[in-house]
Design a protein around this ligand. Structure first.
Ligand code: FRU
Length: 497
């Protein structure tokens, strides 16, 4: 297979400089780019029995620029093997970037990548504008060849009023002998919609089926990075809207994430909504994508960042961007449930268990500390039906720094707060969200991996994710209550060999 000069250059660059990115400056089990900048997960899929993950990638600096696709694979979602960059912007139709997309294993054993090719053209007004089209590349799990038939979905395949400037992020899947793809688009009302396409051979002809779901200016504007699948008897659409305005404590402003759950009307190719909710209630989570494991689990991974805070980078780091730890999804009572994939349990060591600890004020517990931990804290009022004002867990602490999770039973809110994590910019650091009332009882699971905290509330009813910027030596953990509570603490160190 002939590699283009641009791809060769990217591969040589990452092979030469990548090894200088010191491992101790990376998280232990959260995926990071080989070197340089990373945003969305792409092509998260099973190929020949392994999980492949591609990513939006600029190897040359820690800033976003003309996008390549980076590439890793894993067998356990914990240890990620680095592979050479998969795609470079080396064709006329993608010369300004190989944007987000997905992957599928073909029946003949090859791997198909579907991505958005971006080319900028100068409009009559003088403005430089994108032309976004959907393209294919085929490969063997390492090297990929772009198809001569590219682009396979372009402006002619749009419904009336659909924008050819904002038309991106195809998610492909196969059902029987038919391939489907959902693609984000900006319709005539200027907001967002998710279009459905299908193809029999997938290599040349794609037919437009209809609008799977539309934003109608209700949840943000352009809907990016769609994913659509069946789960626990319902249909789920994930998307990441731009320019959201805040709605209560459910949706925050800016780039957000939305999960639509409902029934699928196949005749009309339309998702009939029953519930709309945020996917992650924290600070750093965007552009999630899912795969189905051979044992039938729906697993989601996301960019553990947000565009708005992406200028805030750890000093001296030669890479920027982490993925979340992969999460197993479910639907329960019409809502999305998410928990870390069970593979994490194999990394648990040194169990520390405390039961029925009475807490009033501030305390630490012997041997409860660390920055690579999996800790579940269950809290209930000390007096039956007697409410306390709040309960806090402070992590990544050292006297100067800390990151806090606070639960307030009287208003059923959880707050994550990284104001004092050592963040060197004045960015959003606090997020509040509603949790389900349980008479003041709550279960908080925290997964820390050096520079991040992922919180799972009440067995995955809610997740809230935050990057932290604290020096790894700040590893103290304390518990605090205004009022009296009883708590159980189960804590493991996470060891990745
Ligand atoms: C989402 C996104 C996608 C696009 C990619 C470009 O974060 O804006 O819509 O394909 O990033 O890097």
């Amino acid at each position: 297979m002939m590699l283009s000069e641009k791809l060769k250059k990217a591969r040589e660059f990452e092979a030469h400089y990548g090894p200088f990115v010191q491992e101790e400056h990376r998280p232990a089990f959260h995926m990071t780019p080989t070197i340089g900048w990373m945003n969305d997960p792409n092509g998260f899929s099973v190929y020949q029995g392994e999980y492949h993950l591609f990513y939006q990638y600029n190897p040359y600096s820690t800033k976003w620029d003309t996008m390549h696709w980076g590439h890793v694979k894993t067998r356990d979602f914990i240890r990620w093997e680095r592979l050479p960059a998969a795609l470079a912007p080396d064709m006329e139709y993608d010369k300004n970037g190989c944007f987000s997309g997905s992957a599928v294993e073909l029946p003949d054993g090859r791997q198909l990548l579907m991505y958005t090719g971006v080319r900028q053209v100068r409009e009559e007004s003088g403005e430089l504008c994108d032309r976004q089209v959907q393209c294919l590349a085929i490969g063997d799990g390492v090297d990929y060849e772009k198809l001569d038939a590219n682009p396979v979905i372009s402006a002619e395949d749009l419904p009336e009023g659909g924008s050819h400037v904002d038309f991106r992020d195809p998610k492909i899947w196969r059902e029987g002998d038919t391939y489907y793809a959902v693609v984000g688009n900006r319709p005539a009302d200027g907001s967002g919609s998710i279009l459905l396409y299908e193809s029999k051979d997938c290599f040349t002809t794609w037919k437009y089926d209809g609008v799977l779901a539309a934003c109608h200016n209700q949840y943000g504007q352009m809907w990016e990075c769609p994913d659509f699948f069946q789960l626990d008897g319902k249909y789920v659409l994930l998307t990441s809207p731009q320019e959201m305005t805040a709605i209560g404590l459910e949706f925050h402003a800016g780039n957000g994430t939305v999960c639509l759950i409902g029934e699928y009307d196949r005749e009309r190719c339309h998702l009939v909504r029953e519930n709309v909710q945020a996917i992650d209630y924290g600070l750093d989570f965007y552009a999630p994508q899912t795969l189905e494991t051979p044992d039938g689990r729906r697993v989601m991974i996301a960019w553990m960042q947000n565009w708005e805070t992406s200028g805030c980078q750890r000093k001296g780091a030669q890479y920027f961007g982490q993925m979340t730890f992969p999460r197993e999804l479910g639907v329960k009572d019409g809502r999305l449930i998410q928990n870390p994939v069970r593979e994490l349990e194999a990394c648990r060591s040194y169990q520390i268990l405390y039961k029925n600890v009475l807490l009033t004020g501030l305390t630490t517990l012997r041997n409860v500390k660390g920055r690579m931990i999996d800790m579940t804290v269950t809290v209930r009022p000390a007096v039956q039906n007697g409410l306390y004002h709040w309960f806090k867990i402070n992590v990544a602490g050292d006297g100067e720094y800390m990151t806090t999770v606070r639960y307030k039973p009287e208003c059923n809110t959880v707050r994550i707060d990284r104001t004092h994590c050592g963040v060197p910019h004045d960015i959003v650091n606090v997020r509040d969200f509603l949790v389900r009332p349980r008479q003041g009882e709550i279960k908080l699971r925290l997964v820390l991996d050096r520079y991040s905290m992922e919180l799972f509330v009440n067995d995955g009813e809610q997740a809230a994710t935050s990057v932290i910027y604290t020096d790894v030596n700040a590893n103290a953990i304390s518990f605090e209550a205004d009022g009296s509570v009883i708590m159980d603490v189960e804590k493991y160190d996470l060891i990745v060999d």
